[in-house]
Design a protein around this ligand. Structure first.
Ligand SMILES: *[C@@H]1O[C@H](CO)[C@@H](O)[C@H](O)[C@H]1NC(C)=O
Ligand SMILES: *[C@@H]1O[C@H](CO)[C@@H](O)[C@H](O)[C@H]1NC(C)=O
Ligand SMILES: CC(=O)N[C@H]1CO[C@H](CO)[C@@H](O)[C@@H]1O
Length: 408
């Protein structure tokens, strides 16, 4: 671990504490709150260069410290982040927010799901955001019919149908327009849809594409040019979005790219070194996309190289790493890869530092990064807070033990 003067507070203007809040209405209003650590960094000289293809944030200024923060969803529960909440229901059939709302008797359990969307009460967002000079990215995670089948869509299902019925898509556009009208002036960025499952087939990919265009137009005409919008690559790779919603078709549009290497046997087979070099491939691919197309944010990434975090793949679902996930190979034993870091080897923690740095480098090579997540109850490899305590995440995120990691 590196020693040296602690810089104490992180430089404002570079660091964003990203908040993902879960408001549960019970006796007392705020039952849980999640945070993410993130940093969005302008590429230094771009403003003075010729205008980027995408005229970008608020008509030409670079996305900057004061322009953006936060990604992730408001108010969508994921069992692996707060397992105790799901455990406390004593009902194993509650696997996502949808079933939580459906199967829980609010009277008895006193955890009624208050609301899905956003705190329309301005005291809960704008006051806070303004006070700390933090800008908010509001990210739609749950679309009707589910856009990916993951619990993070609010509805875990092997049969997501969002893209299969135009009324779902229309409803989603209506929701975004509503959100933009209600809180557009309190947020910096509206993310149109989190993790649409473009891999489910060409029909899904083209529905997502059309949806982004339609939603973009609808939100623009509702609230004008001040609100920035973010789209995702729908797991298709950013190159699939070349020339999409760039100027003049779109302005103020960002690309949200999620970087994980743990959700397939192929990725889990990589050695520590291979994980690092794979992350380095994004220097070029994301870099050239961000330079010629949309400003790009690595909007979700973590230190995990296994899927061992309990319930990461869904409540009561196992891990591919140890073969407890249906149909997966066995890659190793989960012990020592997740949970409380006090039992981890120094080797592993050294790797986590390196892996953290390489992904930060990738994010800073484009327009920023957002670490997922600030806190996770049972999985320190996903926790920024525990990484700071355990020393594999430096207090000052500009510290480097492995400078130029992708060029060496
Ligand atoms: C994993 O390792 C732990 C600790 O060494 C051991 O107790 C456990 O039995 C192992 N699990 C498997 C499936 O081998
Ligand atoms: C992690 O383990 C240590 C040592 O057993 C213990 O003191 C600490 O409370 C644990 N931390 C958490 C967050 O569980
Ligand atoms: C809100 C909405 O339109 N939901 C629909 C999504 O698509 C499924 C499958 O066609 C319908 O059953 C839902 O009513």
């Amino acid at each position: 671990m590196r020693s040296g003067p602690s810089k104490g507070l992180l430089p404002l203007g570079l660091i964003f504490f990203c908040l993902e809040a879960i408001f549960l209405l019970s006796g007392s209003p705020v039952a849980a709150r999640r945070q993410q650590q993130c940093k969005l960094q302008p590429r230094g000289n771009q403003v003075t260069l010729q205008a980027p293809t995408n005229t970008g944030i608020a008509g030409g200024a670079e996305p900057s410290a004061t322009a953006i923060a936060h990604s992730g969803g408001w108010l969508v529960l994921e069992p692996w982040i707060t397992p105790s909440l799901f455990q406390s229901t004593n009902n194993p059939n509650i696997v996502d927010e949808f079933t939580l709302g459906q199967l829980l008797d609010p009277e008895t359990a006193q955890i009624p799901i208050g609301y899905w969307s956003i705190p329309l009460d301005s005291s809960s967002t704008s006051g806070w955001a303004e006070k700390y000079d933090i800008n908010v990215i509001l990210d739609l995670h749950g679309a009707p019919g589910s856009q990916n089948g993951y619990d993070n869509s609010g509805q875990r299902t092997s049969n997501p149908v969002w893209a299969l019925n135009p009324s779902n898509v229309t409803r989603t556009v209506d929701t975004l327009r509503f959100l933009a009208n209600e809180v557009g002036d309190q947020i910096s960025v509206l993310e149109l849809l989190n993790e649409g499952a473009g891999f489910l087939g060409n029909n899904w990919a083209s529905v997502i594409r059309q949806f982004f265009s339609t939603a973009y137009g609808s939100v623009r005409s509702a609230v004008g040019n001040d609100l920035n919008m973010m789209i995702g690559d729908a797991f298709l790779g950013v190159s699939s979005w070349t020339d999409f919603l760039t100027a003049p078709q779109g302005t103020g549009v960002l690309m949200d790219f999620h970087e994980y290497q743990i959700f397939s046997d192929l990725e889990l087979d990589r050695t520590f070194d291979e994980h690092i070099s794979f992350a380095c491939t994004y220097m070029q691919s994301l870099g050239s996309f961000a330079a010629g197309n949309l400003w790009t944010v690595v909007g979700e990434w973590s230190n995990a190289v296994t899927d061992c975090a309990p319930w990461l793949n869904g409540r009561n679902t196992g891990a591919r790493w140890d073969g407890s996930f249906p149909g997966s190979q066995t890659h190793g034993n989960c012990t020592g890869f997740t949970g409380n870091y006090t039992g981890w080897t120094q080797d592993y923690k050294d790797f986590l530092r390196k892996y953290w740095e390489v992904q930060v480098e990738v994010g800073e090579n484009v327009n920023g990064w957002i670490f997922w997540t600030w806190k996770a109850e049972n999985a320190d490899e996903w926790s920024y807070q525990r990484g700071l305590q355990g020393g594999w995440i430096p207090q000052d995120p500009t510290d480097r033990m492995y400078p130029g990691i992708c060029s060496s």
